[in-house]
Design a binder for this molecule. Structure first.
Ligand SMILES: Nc1ncnc2c1ncn2[C@@H]1O[C@H](COP(=O)(O)OP(=O)(O)OP(=O)(O)O)[C@@H](O)[C@H]1O
Length: 370
């Protein structure tokens, strides 16, 4: 279940402030997509997001959820239908993890049994063992675990919309990466409409189906897919925000399975010396990849020096990103070996393939934007 959100000419002018914090923002957030608001500090991301659940009342303009004007709804009722997760989880410190997750179901008057069942289901969903964590207090959890509980609480009443304001801002980079992966896994299953605020463009690229790059007063500088924004930033401000390394970031969006794999000559570890020599003589580039009896890559062998094979180091799978493939190409000396589901050799990626993929993305998106 997911809902479309529409903002029409939405403005927020805080009382006494010389200028509006958000001015005349219009955008449609499609049902079931993750839209990331990204922009510099103070540009109005949080204000824009909080107007959706009316934690902040717009000064003017209209916000609808599935066509229904949010002003026509009771604010408390509206908020119970919208999950909300914030930086440092915002858990109630004097309540247990279980009680925190149970907040909205409790307000909605669910039976005790149904609430208890839901709490365990949610903790499980975010990767926390319910028996172990249910009765702890937030201070007894790590930062990353607290964020997980924050996400579990936001999802507890199965809301069609989820607002997330820098939810992973306060944890170390590795935990942050793990939490991002978890959110992507959850979203692939749940398909909520998620509005996610961050000032980290890389996080936006990773999580967003679309990114809204916001400028001063939440002006929408560009609203598009990560691929399109990386390939073709709308203006210099967006380009500055995309930052250095746009091509490398593009490579994180492409998977090895999406490009055409090359092939190298292969031989088997069970081949005798004569057979190996014959194969090497026929090898176009003077080397072959040795596979074990189950077809898994073992080592490289050169015609020049067939008795001294070099073990295959870094290989990638079909699910790996092209950025991982590039890393393997660089460490392996020109060719990344690609393996399938059972670790078997399926092909190779070479530098030309990677360059062609980036080039093609650029051409596609220049075409669209022009
Ligand atoms: N309650 C308030 N009263 C007056 N001004 C406010 C209030 N809340 C925010 N502002 C101002 O509105 C502007 C936008 O703030 P907002 O928090 O929406 O930006 P943001 O993009 O989310 O920033 P950050 O990334 O730093 O969290 C800022 O100039 C801020 O000072």
């Amino acid at each position: 279940m997911a809902s479309e959100i529409e903002l029409v000419d939405v403005t927020k002018h805080y009382p006494g402030a010389p200028a509006p914090a958000v001015e005349s923002v219009s955008m449609t957030i499609p049902a079931g997509e993750t839209v990331v608001f990204v922009g510099p500090s103070g540009c109005g991301k949080t204000t824009t997001m909080r107007m959706i659940n009316r934690l902040i009342e717009p000064t003017s303009g209209r916000i609808t959820i599935d066509g229904e004007d949010t002003r026509s709804l009771d604010p408390d009722r509206l908020r119970r239908g919208i999950g909300y997760a914030i930086q440092q989880a915002g858990l109630f410190p004097h309540m247990t993890v279980g009680q925190n997750v149970a907040t909205v179901p409790g307000l909605l008057g669910w039976s005790r049994a149904k609430v208890a069942e839901r709490v365990d289901e949610m903790l499980d969903l975010v990767g926390l063992d319910p028996a172990e964590h249910r009765d702890r207090y937030p201070r007894q959890l790590s930062g990353g675990q607290q964020q997980r509980v924050g996400v579990a609480r936001a999802l507890a009443a199965d809301p069609p919309v989820l607002l997330m304001d820098e939810p992973f801002g306060a944890v170390d980079p590795i935990t942050r990466g793990n939490l991002q992966d978890e959110l992507m896994r959850l979203q692939a299953e749940l398909r909520k409409t998620i509005v996610f605020v961050t000032h980290d463009f890389d996080e936006a690229v990773k999580l967003g189906d679309r990114i809204a790059v916001l400028g001063d007063r939440s002006r929408v500088l560009q609203y598009d897919t990560p691929e399109a924004i990386l390939a073709n930033p709308a203006d210099d401000t967006v380009a500055g925000f995309v930052g250095a390394g746009a091509s490398l970031k593009q490579l994180t969006l492409l998977r090895v399975r999406e490009v055409e794999l090359g092939q190298v000559t292969t031989a088997s570890v069970t081949d005798d010396a004569a057979e190996l020599e014959r194969k090497l003589a026929g090898a176009r580039r003077g080397f072959a990849l040795l596979l074990d009896a189950r077809g898994r890559p073992v080592s490289w062998v050169h015609a020049r020096n067939p008795r001294q094979p070099r073990p295959v180091g870094d290989s990638v799978s079909l699910r790996s990103t092209l950025r991982d493939a590039l890393e393997a190409i660089l460490t392996e000396g020109g060719t990344a070996v690609v393996t399938g589901g059972r670790g078997e050799y399926v092909g190779v990626v070479e530098i030309g393939t990677v360059m062609a993929a980036v080039q093609q993305l650029r051409e596609e998106h220049t075409g669209v934007a022009g």
